[in-house]
Ligand binder design. Structure first.
Ligand code: NAP
Length: 489
């Protein structure tokens, strides 16, 4: 079945870049694959450096008028976009499942989650306020104003091809910025469908541009052009560091949402069944391919064996399969390279004496796509790659630590600091542990933390800046201070 056969609204299937309100074809073609069967579902042209420059020029022109549109009118247009996304949620979720394999129910959840940032930002954009200041200068008045920072370059990953775009664009557009977005080559279809809906919503030409193609060429323009005042990036820490270096040449603001290696701490007073349910929800969503996925389960020894048994019972029952099948729990990984990488991590743990409790093998041959079996490891040494690196697959390991000091040390023993989870019913432990671990977001007896109203982001090498809430909109503004002298002669 072709992509358009699956869509109610076939005009949401777009394979050209969207620049200055026009669909622009590129050279050659990057194939988009369905990871559930590795079939080619689309070919998207590369607009390269020239396309990126054209988009930056369009966004620069559009900024002059968009920044002057009242926040109330911007909110109205954003809410048009929000409503269209809701009306087309089924098709948008279909595109996500097709191009990156996500279980369709989760894909529908992503579309609604992504849209919630548009609704929130539309409202929050009306509340971008300055302040009046006291000054030491006689007869003067001082105040601040917040203004949109300007053209924003936005580079996004494939694991949330819809929400990682709306989470940046909604606050940026609400604040009065214009955007040039480079989506991941694996998932351009979701980005282009969002552009089509933005067009229909009445968002003016040049305000929202999507350029597909060669990453270093497009990224080079977005990070080096002095017309681009900020780069927002979601992706790996390695690429984030590179873009930060490139952006230094024009002292651009950077907002970086990077990788994670989340600890999931289970204390001996916790409800073990609830903790096991929490691990499943955090770890196996998107087949473990989320930045906030629980990688390292740190359990106190008294309950560790019971937790391993509860996890084994759940993980061994998870069904891998095509994201469109109603009984699928875990979809494919993004491609076969990801399957090989995950298998290498598991094999190394096995060779070093860890116990593979369940799973531990590729299902690619069995299921005909980029599948890996949901896997639980026990007794891996914390120095192994499966503990130290971001797994980005359906694999987690249980580690044991007794004292709070050792638990905090193990949890912090990583360059990452994005999300962490703690299961305990002891309020003292809640405070001591959440203050002791170095993470930007902590879920206590809660396996998922992200929402439009809350600050999403990490510390250490997991990033800079926050998306969501009032903080998400502030990121896209400049604070200006004004002093008026001679008010009283
Ligand atoms: P990635 O390899 O870093 O790629 C992300 C984006 O950067 C893609 O569009 C990629 O395009 C582009 N890119 C790569 N090299 C570039 C360059 N030199 N110049 C400009 N753009 C460049 O990450 P990924 O594999 O797509 O995504 C997985 C990573 O994202 C994980 O580390 C995950 O933790 C992280 N993530 C973080 C968050 C968060 O909120 N903190 C959320 C989701 C994902 P090409 O593929 O064409 O190179």
């Amino acid at each position: 079945m072709s992509v358009t056969d699956r869509l109610d609204d076939k005009s949401l299937f777009r394979t050209d870049s969207f620049i200055d309100g026009q669909w622009v074809s590129g050279e050659g073609g990057v194939e988009v694959l369905n990871p559930a069967n590795n079939a080619v579902i689309a070919t998207v042209g590369d607009v390269g450096e020239a396309g990126a420059r054209k988009a930056v020029a369009a966004a620069t022109r559009a900024f002059e008028s968009w920044k002057k549109v009242s926040p109330f009118e911007r909110a109205r247009l954003l809410m048009n976009w929000y409503k269209l996304i809701h009306e087309n949620a089924k098709d948008l979720a279909t595109l996500i499942t097709l191009e990156m394999g996500k279980v369709n129910k989760e894909a529908q959840g992503e579309v609604i989650y992504g849209a919630s940032f548009i609704e929130w930002s539309a409202e929050e954009g009306k509340r971008v306020h300055g302040e009046t200041l006291s000054t030491p200068f006689p007869g003067s008045r001082g105040w601040t104003i917040r203004q949109p920072i300007g053209v924003v370059g936005c580079i996004t990953p494939w694991n949330f091809p819809n929400a990682m775009i709306t989470r940046k664009c909604a606050p940026a557009l609400a604040a009065g910025c214009t955007m040039v977005i480079k989506p991941a080559p694996e998932t351009p279809l979701s980005a282009l469908a969002l552009a089509e809906l933005a067009r229909r919503a009445g968002i003016p030409d040049g305000v929202f541009n999507v350029v597909c193609g060669d990453a270093p060429a497009i990224g080079g323009v977005l990070t080096s052009s002095s017309d681009v005042r900020m780069v927002g990036f979601t992706g790996s820490t390695a690429v984030g560091k590179l873009l930060m270096k490139q952006a230094a040449s024009t002292v651009k603001r950077v907002a970086l949402e990077l990788g994670g290696n989340a600890p999931f701490i289970v204390m001996d007073d916790a409800d073990i069944e609830k903790a096991a349910d929490g691990v499943i929800a955090s770890k196996f969503r998107v087949s473990g391919q989320t930045c906030v996925s629980a990688n390292r389960i740190i359990a106190q020894p008294a309950i560790a064996d019971k937790l391993v048994a509860a996890l084994e019972a759940r993980i061994s029952k998870l069904k891998a399969g095509d994201g469109f099948a109603s009984d699928t729990d875990v979809g494919p990984l993004i491609h076969m390279t990801a399957v090989s990488r995950v298998d290498k991590l598991v094999s190394q743990a096995r060779e070093q004496g860890a116990r593979i409790v369940t799973g531990g093998k590729s299902l690619a041959d069995e299921l005909g796509g980029s599948f890996y079996a949901p896997t639980l490891i026990d007794g891996a040494d914390p120095s192994l790659d499966v503990s130290c690196s971001e797994i980005f697959g359906p694999v987690c390991s249980v580690y044991r630590a007794e004292s709070e000091a050792d638990i905090i040390k193990l949890a912090n023993d990583t360059p990452y600091g994005l999300a962490a989870y703690i299961y305990t019913n002891d309020v003292g432990r809640v405070h001591r542990l959440s203050e002791g671990i170095e993470y930007g977001m902590i879920g206590i007896n809660a396996p998922m933390v992200g929402a439009a109203s809350t600050p999403f982001g990490g510390v250490k090498e997991s990033g800079i800046g926050r998306e969501g809430g009032k903080w998400g909109v502030e990121e896209f503004t400049e604070l200006k201070y004004v002093l008026l002298g001679g008010v009283e002669g």
